[in-house]
Design a protein around this ligand. Structure first.
Ligand SMILES: [Fe+2]
Length: 478
């Protein structure tokens, strides 16, 4: 039985299957910056039912791509479902055919045994969008990113990793190193001996293994940290036995166990030598999102949106969300100082005592370096879903908030103004759901002041989703 509805945000978890394949102009209220010429590409779960079956969790839904094209003060919109293996098989059979984060298709015993030898990894890339190795790709947490056409949103096929890169699970949050002109990421390979594999993908598509770390019980990690010289895998104590994962028959995440006694473990790997130069451990915590990290003498500063435990995963099952159940698990911007040498202790502290998720920074100029500002979604009304946009000034210890009752903003993507003089000079782009109108709109906020510059209403309500990126492209038509 569902809990009594408390908040109206359940609308954000209703399926959207309607496609606007040809870009349509959106009515603009306010003024779009004339320098905003490019494309915001986003992905997210959008189809939560297949035939008579339903997915269980927000992270499971079949992916939809959204495109907002900007030029000459105008904006257009288009959206298309990602034609992944999971989507195509569901269309063909009328059933859920691929296991997702918290949903497993009902398989016969034979099906389960067969899948051990021919694992059916989902390519339902509903988490993030970025350009990697010269390709525009959507990503999820398996090792099957999907390439698509950024102009038409047509699905093109799987982004291929070549051996020795092997694994089943990866991250939808690779980091980009502008000096080395390559992305860095990791895979997890489950086996008799499981491994973490850190790797890079050059702008030219060349792929390199950076390091291979054996692991007994792989941790669930949604993202990782990167500084100028180092990659940092932070193992949260939510871990799994590879055998359980293969034989339990349970959905993926339900095989993981919260084991706080393992603590939080940091693995620091040198990007260039591949050597693990430091390990460190502190008390348990959980996070989806790293925010930024940088080197500070003999230590690393690693910021993430940390939760005391992993109960946030349980809070995001669709039945609870659709019922408007109050959200009690909230994360906060937390700083960890990790020593690079000797036996120094890890220190930690909360940088801002407010609920935060879907954090963004001025990635172009501040990724891997000391920085001052974090933007993200927050919670104004206690127990509500993400209902506001935050700007955290780490240096001044101040928090600013944009909030309007009944509006639910998504991840605010920071777009720097060309030739910007300061870290926060630019705009934020956020897709906001207006519950009463049952419509979404693109909100453009001044990133420094959190003041509204413009809003442009989309032709439908867009379900709550995760991530996307803005791609500046002066020659792209809107
Ligand atoms: Fe994420």
């Amino acid at each position: 039985m569902l809990d009594k509805p408390t908040f109206p945000y359940g609308t954000g978890f209703r399926s959207l299957t309607r496609e606007v394949a040809e870009p349509v102009p959106l009515p603009v209220c306010g003024e779009l910056p004339p320098w905003l010429r490019g494309t915001l590409l986003r992905t997210g779960p959008s189809k939560f039912e297949v035939g008579e079956q339903s997915y269980n969790h927000w992270f499971d839904g079949l992916a939809m791509l959204h495109r907002f094209g900007f030029a000459e003060g105008r904006v257009t919109y288009a959206n298309r479902l990602l034609k992944s293996n999971a989507f195509c098989a569901a269309e063909k059979t009328g059933k859920i055919a691929y296991g997702e984060f918290a949903t497993d298709p009902c398989r016969t015993l034979f099906g389960r045994v067969a899948s051990l030898f021919d694992p059916k990894l989902t390519a339902n890339c509903n988490v993030n969008v970025l350009t990697m190795g010269g390709e525009t790709t959507a990503l999820t947490e398996t090792t099957l990113p999907v390439r698509f056409d950024p102009k038409t949103l047509a699905t093109l096929g799987v982004f291929g990793y070549t051996p020795p890169l092997r694994g089943q699970i990866s991250t939808a949050h690779p980091h980009y190193d502008a000096v080395r002109t390559r992305h860095y990421s990791y895979m997890v390979e489950f086996g008799m001996q499981s491994h973490y594999r850190l790797f890079s993908v050059g702008d030219d598509g060349a792929q390199d293994l950076v390091a291979e770390l054996p692991v007994d019980r792989p941790a669930y990690m949604h993202s990782f940290a990167m500084t100028e010289h180092y990659l940092v895998l932070v193992e949260f104590p939510l871990t799994v036995s590879a055998l359980a994962l293969k034989f339990s028959g349970k959905p993926f995440i339900q095989n993981y166990r919260w084991e706080p006694e393992r603590g939080l473990r940091f693995h620091v790997v040198d990007k260039d030598s591949g050597r693990e130069v430091a390990t460190a451990k502190t008390d348990a915590a959980f996070a989806f999102h790293h925010v930024n990290a940088f080197e500070d003498g003999d230590s690393l500063t690693i910021d993430m949106v940390a939760y005391p435990d992993a109960t946030i995963i349980d809070a995001l099952y669709l039945a609870r969300l659709r019922a408007g159940t109050p959200l009690t698990a909230t994360g906060a911007l937390t700083r960890f100082e990790v020593p690079l040498t000797g036996d120094g202790a890890v220190t930690r502290g909360t940088l801002a005592p407010v609920a935060l998720e879907l954090p963004r920074i001025n990635y172009e100029t501040r990724a891997g370096k000391p920085y001052r500002y974090v933007w993200g979604t927050g919670i104004q009304a206690p127990g509500d879903f993400l209902d506001s946009i935050l700007k955290i000034d780490i240096e001044a210890g101040k928090v600013a908030r944009w909030y309007e009752a009944g509006l639910y903003p998504g991840e605010p993507v920071f777009v720097p103004q060309p030739s910007a003089g300061s870290e926060d000079e630019g705009v934020l782009l956020s897709v906001v759901l207006d519950i009463e109108k049952d419509r979404s709109f693109l909100l453009v906020l001044d990133a420094a002041m959190l003041e509204e510059r413009a809003r442009a209403e989309a032709p439908h309500a867009i379900p709550f989703h995760f991530h996307g990126n803005y791609f500046a492209s002066p020659s792209l038509p809107a």
